[in-house]
Design a protein around this ligand. Structure first.
Ligand SMILES: *Cc1c(COP(=O)(O)O)cnc(C)c1O
Length: 822
């Protein structure tokens, strides 16, 4: 726990303190969404590209925070008499400075981990391995960013034997800020891959940036099989006398991985160290796990563990559950399942996700004892209770013989049980209604038995939506925007097939500026799910204008009749200054005022007080196709001319916007005041596909296997003729689920066990058959990927001679959506 007086912190930050010098601070936060907070919290008001923590000071003050680090430029201490303010030049730098100072006070060894992939797994595995004889502390989940690393260091226990911290970067010059905060004695560079390559010239310059983390370490651990890492490590060694402790599949490194034997559930690594072979079996078989395991083995050897200890520890490695799953549950509830090795950091992340579930009025946490936190139980559960209170949980159910001892710490509505059985015995379905429920259990508590009673156990076809990928894509597009350009995200058509409030909640949490829907019912559904962002309705029907006002939705006005109708309804309600969005038709010829309408429009707008033109916009017809670039520029031109005239007539400046996803990527000079992001968010680009992550994976499973003879046929109308004895798998997905029937008869392929299997015969309404003859060991129950990373939606669209938009939006509503977050 932190323990600094405010005046000490102010000195560390070179700040100017106004307020209570003796106030003791024991935790820091940057989160403006806390429901309640103690006065010993210090809030850092960070200024991001599109987020400004200073806006939330009043709100946080009302929730109980009394200490703030703010920017000189925004000093507002007069407004809040009993709050204390430290004013600094740059609040992010100040947070990092505080973390670096706090780091210098920690007197245990720190292992710093960076690399393109595997950081979190290596960190978690090392924590599993090392905690058998040491007290290990570590950064939560993948808290590895500019802010995350600082918060990790300020959040970890000051009393431990070893600490493991992860650091990640996405652009040049970032590691220099993180190095003094992590200051590792032991460094691990996991590997080098394509992640975040868009901001770097080449792999070498990215490796060089990452290598900055290790410039003051004693020992650097890495695989010499990455030539760029190896070269840079030797440079570092020559300059700073760092010891290199390496492994490789070839000779020349400290450890040599000579051979790997795999069976179906484990891999045995033959490792040569100082002329002796050690055989280490791990309960994983994939290559990424083997690489991660080698980093761990190398570290264990470096730390002086015996071969016997290493083989016994490595055999017991546990998988790291990285993802949280959000699913529909009984009686209209939403269930978030988090079986991540529980610790305070990951609890905090999961509680944030719970808080985002605005579609429910109530939030519930079911939590087990937290094992291996390294904290005294009294301190641990008082921290847990505070966190639950701060994140606005309405009801807490604690399960376990430790947490129950500290039940008095928990406020509000609580229930405690000694174990699972007791809880399940008392469980009644009716008590769980319209609630968001977070299930957070340490592995040994077997919370899967609780999730089984809460979930709709429907083993069927699923569309899995990766929320991390969605946020990655959002941030990629945000990164292309000039400062102060706003972002409207299109969530029409069930967010391009991926969900309604589930997606909007996340976008609201990440503070996009606007949402766009096609029809009013989509907007109403979002409002009813608690979405408070401004929402633009692109196709408002005349009859729906009363509802538009009732639900605070903002219509696109595209014709004189829509303008007249809407202003009449506004007058009837006595409303003035209602936000509307004027659409100009610059060449699509779908909806909109034509440039010729401008003079008449200007004169009508001049006298209207019922409306305020929030924005003027148009839609480009071919931003993804360079052969029409000339026309695109012509459209922009027509738009600019018309909108400037309108703005002049209005006497104020509405927002102007014209770019869709492909436009953002290809025509950055025409961002005007805002952009409208659609398909790119969902992982599809016609320009830089490699910078986006796949969001949607359509999955099903093998329901039945048939071995059939040559000459037999499969499916309706005998279209699938087999020429050889074949193994045919039936999968429960058909054209009624959105699997286009034109993918029948070998046109489409699906993925089974990492291999492509052709669809055989005609696709039926609810099922289809695939030929798995050439894929070894397919079993009933095996997972089948219809689309995802491979085959991709883009490939399927090509086969069908259509666009990815159609493939994504065709997935029928009967296909359950589940949402995952790391
Ligand atoms: C759908 C839509 C967008 C988003 O288009 P993408 O190509 O998906 O980025 C933008 N503007 C309007 C008016 C739209 O209807």
């Amino acid at each position: 726990m932190l323990n600094y007086k405010l005046d000490v912190i102010s000195k560390i930050l070179n700040g100017k303190l106004n307020g209570d010098a003796d106030l003791v601070i024991n935790s820091v936060t940057i989160d403006s969404r806390l429901a309640n907070a103690s006065k010993n919290h210090l809030f850092f008001a960070l200024i991001g590209e599109r987020h400004n923590g200073h806006q939330f000071i009043g709100d946080l003050y009302s929730k109980g925070i009394r200490a703030f680090v703010i920017s000189h430029a925004k000093n507002q201490h007069q407004q809040y008499p009993d709050a204390s303010f430290i004013a600094v030049d740059n609040t992010l730098k100040a947070l990092q400075q505080f973390a670096a100072y706090h780091r210098s006070q920690l007197n245990y060894t720190i292992i710093g981990v960076t690399g393109s992939n595997g950081k979190t797994i290596v960190k978690e595995w090392l924590a599993q391995l090392l905690s058998f004889d040491r007290k290990v502390v570590r950064s939560p989940k993948s808290y590895n960013s500019q802010v995350g690393v600082a918060l990790s260091v300020l959040g970890i226990d000051t009393n431990a034997d070893i600490g493991i911290l992860e650091a990640g970067i996405s652009r040049p010059n970032e590691m220099a800020n993180l190095e003094p905060i992590v200051k590792p004695q032991i460094g691990i560079f996991t590997n080098l891959g394509a992640a975040h390559q868009e901001n770097f010239d080449d792999l070498y310059s990215k490796a060089k940036e990452k290598m900055h983390l290790f410039k003051n370490c004693d020992t650097l651990i890495y695989s010499a099989d990455y030539p760029q890492i190896d070269e840079l490590a030797h440079e570092l060694k020559n300059k700073h006398a760092i010891k290199l402790f390496t492994w490789s599949k070839n000779k020349g490194a400290t450890l040599q991985l000579q051979k790997v034997d795999k069976d179906s559930t484990s891999a045995t690594l033959h490792v040569l160290y100082k002329g002796k072979e050690i055989r280490i079996t791990i309960p994983f078989t994939d290559n990424a796990s083997i690489e991660n395991a080698m980093h761990c083995i190398t570290t264990l050897i470096h730390l002086g563990h015996t071969n016997e200890q290493i083989t016994s520890l490595m055999a017991r490695l546990q998988p790291v559950a990285m993802r949280l799953e959000i699913k529909e549950a009984i009686n209209g509830c939403t269930l978030i399942n988090d079986s991540y090795n529980s610790d305070l950091g990951s609890l905090s992340i999961a509680l944030d996700l719970l808080a985002q579930q605005r579609q429910h009025k109530k939030r519930m946490l079911i939590i087990s004892d937290i094992l291996q936190s390294g904290l005294e139980p009294g301190i641990l559960y008082s921290k847990v209770a505070t966190m639950i209170d701060e994140k606005g949980v309405d009801k807490t159910i604690g399960i376990g013989n430790e947490i129950i001892k500290y039940s008095q710490y928990f406020k509000n509505n609580t229930e405690f049980y000694l174990n699972n059985q007791e809880f399940l015995h008392a469980f009644t379905r009716q008590e769980y209604k319209d609630t968001a429920i977070l299930l957070k259990g340490s592995r040994t508590f077997q919370f899967e038995r609780i999730s089984a009673v809460l979930e709709h156990k429907l083993h069927r076809t699923l569309l899995e939506i990766d929320l991390n990928a969605l946020v990655h894509n959002l941030n990629y597009f945000r990164g292309l925007l000039k400062p102060n350009v706003k972002i409207m995200v299109m969530v029409k058509a069930f967010s391009y097939g991926s969900g309604s409030h589930e997606i909007a909640n996340l976008l609201q949490f990440h503070r996009v500026d606007y949402l766009g829907v096609a029809f009013i019912d989509e907007g109403i559904a979002l409002r009813e799910a608690g979405i408070t962002l401004p929402i633009v309705v692109l196709n408002p029907e005349f009859g729906s204008y009363d509802l538009m006002i009732e639900y605070n939705l903002e219509p696109e006005i595209f014709s004189f009749s829509s303008l007249n109708n809407f202003t009449n309804v506004l007058s009837k309600h006595g409303v003035t200054n209602y936000p509307i969005h004027l659409k100009i038709d610059t060449g699509m010829h779908r909806l909109g005022f034509t440039p010729n309408d401008t003079p008449k429009l200007c004169s009508q707008l001049d006298s209207l007080t019922s409306i305020r033109v929030e924005s003027i916009f148009s839609h480009l017809v071919a931003t993804d196709d360079s052969q029409h670039d000339k026309f695109t520029l012509e459209q922009v031109n027509r738009f600019e001319t018309a909108s400037l005239q309108i703005a002049k007539a209005l006497g104020y400046k509405p927002m102007l916007h014209i770019l869709n996803s492909a436009g953002i990527e290809r025509f950055s000079q025409y961002q005007f005041d805002a952009v409208r992001l659609g398909i790119g968010l969902y992982g599809i680009s016609s320009v830089h596909q490699k910078y986006l992550e796949n969001v949607s994976t359509l999955k099903t499973f093998v329901a039945q296997l048939h071995e059939i003879d040559a000459g037999e046929t499969v499916g309706y109308n005998r279209m699938g003729i087999v020429k050889q004895p074949s193994i045919i798998a039936t999968i429960p997905i058909g054209y009624a689920d959105g699997l286009n029937r034109r993918l029948s008869n070998g046109k489409g392929n699906v993925m089974v066990k990492g291999k492509l299997a052709p669809i055989i015969g005609n696709i039926s309404m609810d099922t289809c058959m695939i030929d798995v003859t050439s894929i070894p060991l397919v079993n009933e129950g095996d997972e089948v990927i219809i689309f995802g990373n491979k085959p991709s939606v883009i490939e399927i669209a090509k086969t069908l001679e259509t666009i990815p938009y159609e493939v994504l939006t065709s997935i029928s509503r009967r296909v359950k959506r589940i949402y995952i977050q790391e």
